[in-house]
Design a protein around this ligand. Structure first.
Ligand code: PMP
Length: 465
């Protein structure tokens, strides 16, 4: 076991920050402003906790970036990586070759995913999985002699990655504004975001309404021009937007009615996050393709992929010839060995069942009590992911003006009090490691409450309500 003492770092925080600012361009960052503020330097981690370069302990309620499902410091994953690095650190899967870890992982994924999935295409990340989805669905329709079936429908405020195709599938306006996106043949419909769009409406009715926007778009485009619909079961980066239970089954019926492929982006929802192995199982869809990354290795090493359902696999295999697509790290043996150890550990610890039957319901009751807080307009959970919508007026649900940046204010209290909770506008979100115990859920809850109270005091002090 790792000691509870922070490891001595070789440089001071200020020295790390200076070198960081001088050379390291961070993702999704205003470089100049970060250089002024300085990065937080995270030096080590164990279980659900991080330590920074000043030795401060932080509860990581975001699992890194939605990925460290088994928590930090798991010896089984460390051993698997070490053994594989010694045995065979790299070989590719091009040119009629394969490695045992990649084959075994493909086999295990076929076992734990829904029954239509018997094949996998490996990538290095979730974004590469999104690019693979775009090329694969278009290739599928080409092979079937329907090249006009080219358009992929996605949703506003979706996140599917940061490559050209990933960012195009995503529905983030700020990303589209940089680099001439989206690429042609990708369109977006409105998201099933009840708080934003239909505060007064019954959830079931709103779910059906939001699904009907998909059919409207299909009919507008012409059903024979639509290749696929893609969505995250629960939108993660968009702010943990949990759709009503009526939404996904209706989306499935619409896709079936028009023969359109359904793609479930399981990069966040996969590997137990919702209390089921995959989000599509929680929400009752039967996708044709399923992209994954993050939780497959609990983030210990990079790996992603696309599960290919039999409808698509049969066409690609039996009629497709060469599929002109792939990555150096498709089936990286070390990544696959870590994924095998990670999935087997999740099975041994019964983590998915624990989230479904124990810690997930416990988090839901914690959030039901947080919903009483004067700053909280809505509190929602799904498995071990959750959102608190901060509002100016609780009775009416009126939001704060965006320029107040109340979410960022709350986040700064979280940082100062040893909690990683993410702000998406004024939505505060968590997705903690699935190894979290009930007692740790309560510990996280106490920190969240403390930070809400401090934010509430600031809001009152400023006279913002
Ligand atoms: N899809 C979803 C739903 C995601 O949340 C992410 C990353 N947050 C991606 C795709 C892209 O994954 P990556 O960052 O590994 O490229």
């Amino acid at each position: 076991a790792l000691t509870q003492q922070p490891l001595l770092t070789t440089r001071s925080t200020r020295e790390w920050q200076a070198a960081d600012a001088a050379h390291f361009l961070h993702p999704f960052t205003d470089f100049q402003s970060l250089a002024r503020k300085g990065s937080r330097i995270i030096t080590r981690a164990d279980n659900i906790y991080l330590w920074d370069s000043d030795g401060r302990k932080i509860l990581d309620a975001m699992s890194g970036l939605w990925c460290v499902n088994v928590g930090y410091g798991q010896q089984a994953l460390i051993d698997a990586a070490t053994r594989q690095l010694r045995e065979l650190p790299f070989y590719n899967s091009f040119f009629q070759t394969a490695t045992p870890p990649a084959i075994e992982l493909a086999e295990l994924l076929a076992e734990i995913t829904p029954p239509q999935f018997q094949h996998v295409f490996f990538t290095g990340s979730g974004s590469e999985a999104s690019d693979t989805v775009v090329r694969m669905v278009r290739r599928y329709w080409d092979i079937l002699g329907q090249p006009q079936r080219h358009t992929i429908i996605s949703r506003k405020n979706a996140y599917h990655g940061s490559t050209m195709a990933g960012a195009s599938l995503g529905g983030m306006g700020a990303m589209h504004a940089q680099g001439g996106l989206p690429i042609p043949g990708i369109v977006h419909i409105e998201q099933p975001h009840a708080y934003q769009l239909a505060r007064e409406m019954a959830p079931d009715a709103f779910g059906r309404l939001a699904a009907s926007w998909l059919e409207d778009k299909i009919i507008e485009l012409g059903p024979d021009r639509v290749a696929a619909f893609i969505g995250e079961p629960v939108q993660g980066a968009g702010g943990v937007i949990i759709p009503p239970d009526t939404y996904w089954p209706e989306v499935q019926r619409i896709c079936d009615r028009h023969g359109i492929l359904l793609v479930s982006d399981e990069v966040v929802c996969g590997f137990g996050r919702t209390g089921h192995w995959f989000g599509c199982e929680r929400f009752g869809t039967r996708p044709d393709l399923m992209s994954f990354a993050k939780g497959v290795t609990s983030g210990y090493v990079p790996l992603g992929g696309v599960m290919v359902g039999e409808r698509v696999a049969r066409v690609l295999i039996e009629q497709g010839g060469d599929f002109e697509h792939g990555y150096t790290y498709s089936g990286h043996p070390v990544a696959c060995a870590v994924a095998l150890a990670n999935i087997r550990l999740m099975q041994q610890l019964k983590l998915v069942e624990r989230v479904r039957d124990d810690t997930g319901p416990h988090l839901a009751s914690l959030y039901a009590s947080l919903a009483e807080h004067p700053l909280v307009g809505r509190a929602e959970t799904c498995g071990l992911m959750a959102a608190l919508q901060l509002v100016r007026d609780k009775a009416s649900g009126t939001p704060f003006p965006p320029e107040r940046q109340v979410g960022l204010l709350c986040r700064s209290h979280c940082f100062a009090n040893g909690l990683v909770m993410r702000a998406v506008g004024d939505r505060m979100i968590v997705a903690p490691p699935l190894v979290m115990t009930r007692a740790q859920v309560d510990e996280m809850g106490a920190l969240i409450r403390l930070c809400l109270d401090k934010t509430w005091a600031d809001v009152q002090h400023q006279g913002w309500r």
